[in-house]
Design a protein around this ligand. Structure first.
Ligand code: ADP
Ligand code: 5GP
Length: 213
């Protein structure tokens, strides 16, 4: 038996307006020393379509950190001027220092269709979620608290006092986990990187992100 299939005379996809896709904001948070920077740097190296936001901070550069690459380092007064001028998408105090995301750069990247990663702490993440509901929030956890302590100490970038302060903040930050969309446990680095890649890929497939009219 042959099936009679009615062929539409016109291509049903004809006339569908081309999608105008605005880039998505991906936020990666997690306790200091969990490996956020390591994961995100590797993701950006593997995925040329994604852009990493460079934050402004009042913190002093660590050895090897370059102005304009790791952060835009600035004095407290200059930071306050950015806040007053509405030039930061979000900002927060972390320990003794202030951190914020340059708004204009992020918006230009999104308008050009690039996905943008913000590696920021929890208070800033919640501010972004309130302003941009479609932002995707990813929380990176350590396999254990002991492992987190070991990584922070092993990085040798903070004094013992600063490490204690960061571990105390880490306990507070954990209470924000329910506000996030995804969590990744950074035990094996390669698995964690692949999971972040998978989150990006899945979110890019969302019909609601295609920019259809
Ligand atoms: P964060 O950006 O979250 O503060 P970093 O990316 O600086 O953390 O990582 C902290 C330390 O942990 C670094 O020395 C890094 O090499 C190490 N690290 C990152 N991921 C892993 C992992 N999966 N296993 C072991 N060590 C890791
Ligand atoms: P660090 O001093 O280790 O580079 O960063 C300390 C914390 O500040 C980390 O949790 C990091 O994700 C966060 N952070 C870095 N940039 C920003 C930012 O622009 N805004 C906010 N809210 N947090 C940031």
């Amino acid at each position: 038996m042959t099936l009679e299939i009615a062929h539409p005379s016109a291509d049903p996809f004809e006339g569908l307006p081309p999608a105008r896709r605005r880039g998505t904001l991906f936020i990666v948070s997690g306790p200091s020393g969990v490996g956020k920077g390591t994961i995100v740097r590797e993701l950006v190296a593997r995925d040329p379509a994604v852009r990493l936001s460079v934050s402004v901070t009042t913190r002093a550069p660590r050895p090897g950190e370059q102005d304009g690459v790791s952060y835009h380092f600035c004095a407290p007064a200059a930071f306050e001027a950015l806040v007053e001028g509405g030039e930061l998408l979000e900002h927060a105090q972390f320990g003794a220092n202030r951190y914020g995301t340059p708004r204009a750069w992020v918006e230009a990247q999104q308008a050009a269709g690039h996905d943008v990663i913000l590696e920021i702490e929890v208070q800033g993440a919640i501010q972004v979620r309130q302003r941009a509901e479609q932002a995707v929030l990813v929380f990176v956890l350590p396999p254990s608290f002991e492992e987190l302590v070991g990584r922070l100490q092993g990085r040798q970038s903070e004094t013992p006092d600063a490490i204690r302060q960061r571990l105390a903040i880490a306990r507070e930050e954990l209470t924000f986990l329910p506000m996030y969309d995804y969590r990744i446990v950074n035990d094996h680095l390669e698995v964690a990187i692949r999971q972040l890649q998978a989150i990006l890929e899945a979110e890019r497939c969302r019909v609601s992100r295609l920019g259809l009219p």
